[in-house]
Design a binder for this molecule. Structure first.
Ligand code: ZN
Length: 445
């Protein structure tokens, strides 16, 4: 494969304020009541489709997906609890977290004791509404602030959940940015959570914006964006694309990318995939950043990294899911995410894309001794003067490690120098006829 130098992707356009744009998009997605199926997912894809030309897939109820089956479609119109005095205590219209996601419909008059087992609260965070789901066990329920429940007097409560399950389909969206090769970078975010801003309106909005930015650029890799309901949506995509999974060289699951926490990366199951190494290289220079080993708990990396696939897919997030007090509560709202954090997450993604796009394995054509750089006008750089960000050390490291066994990323790992500096040095040395591309395909490895 011929080596092409793709356009550099290092910086998102700053004049358009990508952080503000991502935030504004997350703000529009926030109010929608999403679930693993139903019109909330479709409405969300409608909004994302304004950014990119999304392909929409509908997978019928009952379709087998490995060990799973596509469930019935869920739609909800309203839900409320009316107290003994006739006042509405809980109203789905005020927060879609108030109803257990995927709850069956219900209508009845109950005593407080009868109602209580169907109410979920957070006694430790008494003012917050929890987020609860019941996808695969039919039940009905409400979620509310513990303080409100404590204030509810004995008496009769009118309870109604106007929701239905019916045969329909599971919906997911997909967008492919075609690069110069068929090799793919998979980017995936779950689309099944209702009004939770960080988890995962932030991930959906960030990926849609990244896709729109990439649309205008020439890349070496093809970038596949997947907006699918957690678990069952990823399984649907995997089952329909099993014959092309070998094309995936890199992948990231995105979630919780808009809060103030430092960036965190969870390695793929492989642990030493190029994406693991590239993310480690990027995060090494980020204050407070964390690298976490793979574990079979989390988001859709669980499916992508199941042993039958073992794809090179890691997870990028800021505050780690399950560890921050706002997680899966009504406090994961639009105040919890900020444009500057979304923009910072975008910058990190662009940086890692820049690395996989520009990685290659050079071969020193003058490996016996050091080549004479002065004769080629490269001596000034060696004298300590930096020209276009290229230090003497980066020239020396590239020449020394260009034995055909080290990619630029491997050189960055070994030298401790930034990837971008080594890539620029390799380009300069290549322009002066000192490097060739090693004979094997130069995909990052
Ligand atoms: Zn979640």
């Amino acid at each position: 494969m011929e080596h092409v130098v793709p356009e550099r992707l290092g910086q998102p356009p700053s004049s358009t304020g990508p952080g503000q744009e991502i935030y504004a998009l997350a703000e529009r997605l926030f109010p929608i009541c999403r679930s693993i199926t139903g019109d909330g997912v479709r409405g969300t894809l409608d909004i994302l489709s304004e950014q990119i030309d999304l392909a929409r897939h509908e997978v019928p109820t009952g379709t087998r997906l490995f060990d799973w089956t596509v469930p019935q479609e869920w739609n909800i119109r309203s839900a409320s609890i009316i107290g003994p005095d006739g006042r509405k205590i809980v109203d789905f219209a005020q927060s879609n977290l108030h109803v257990v996601n995927y709850s069956i419909g219900f209508k009845g008059v109950l005593t407080l004791d009868e109602l209580r087992p169907h109410i979920h609260t957070l006694p430790e965070q008494p003012q917050l509404i929890p987020y609860r789901t019941s996808y695969y066990a039919p039940t009905w329920g409400f979620c509310m602030a513990h303080d409100r429940l404590a204030d509810m007097p004995d008496g009769l409560y009118q309870v109604e959940i106007d929701a239905e399950h019916r045969d329909g389909s599971l919906t997911y969206g997909e967008y492919l940015h075609r690069g110069e090769t068929e090799r793919e970078f998979l980017l995936s975010a779950h689309i099944c959570h209702p009004s939770l801003a960080n988890d995962n309106c932030s991930g959906l909005a960030l990926l849609a914006t990244l896709a729109r930015i990439l649309k205008t650029r020439k890349t070496r890799y093809s970038y596949r964006f997947l907006f699918a309901p957690g678990t069952i949506g990823a399984l649907a995509w995997l089952s329909r694309n099993e014959d092309r999974l070998h094309l995936i060289d890199h992948g990231l699951v995105l979630s919780c990318v808009g809060d103030a926490g430092p960036p965190a990366y969870k390695r793929s199951r492989r642990g030493d995939a190029a994406i693991d190494r590239a993310m480690a290289h990027v995060l090494r220079r980020e204050a407070g950043a964390r690298l976490i080993d793979f574990s079979p708990y989390g988001y859709d990396e669980r499916q992508y990294c199941s042993p039958g696939f073992n794809l090179p897919v890691g997870m990028f997030q800021r505050s780690v899911h399950g560890t921050f007090p706002q997680y899966h509560t009504s406090a994961d709202n639009l105040d919890f995410i900020r444009p500057e954090h979304l923009e910072d997450s975008l910058r990190i993604l662009m940086h890692v894309i820049d690395i996989v796009e520009n990685d290659w394995t050079p071969l020193n054509l003058f490996p016996k001794g050091e080549p004479q750089l002065g004769r080629r006008g490269l001596y000034a750089a060696l004298g300590g003067q930096k020209s276009s960000g290229i230090s003497s050390m980066s020239l020396l490291w590239v020449l020394n490690l260009a034995d055909g066994q080290h990619s630029l990323l491997a050189m960055a790992e070994r030298s401790g120098l930034p990837f971008g500096e080594l890539a620029a040095a390799a380009r300069l040395l290549s322009d002066h006829g000192l490097l060739a591309e090693a004979a094997f395909e130069h995909r990052s490895r």
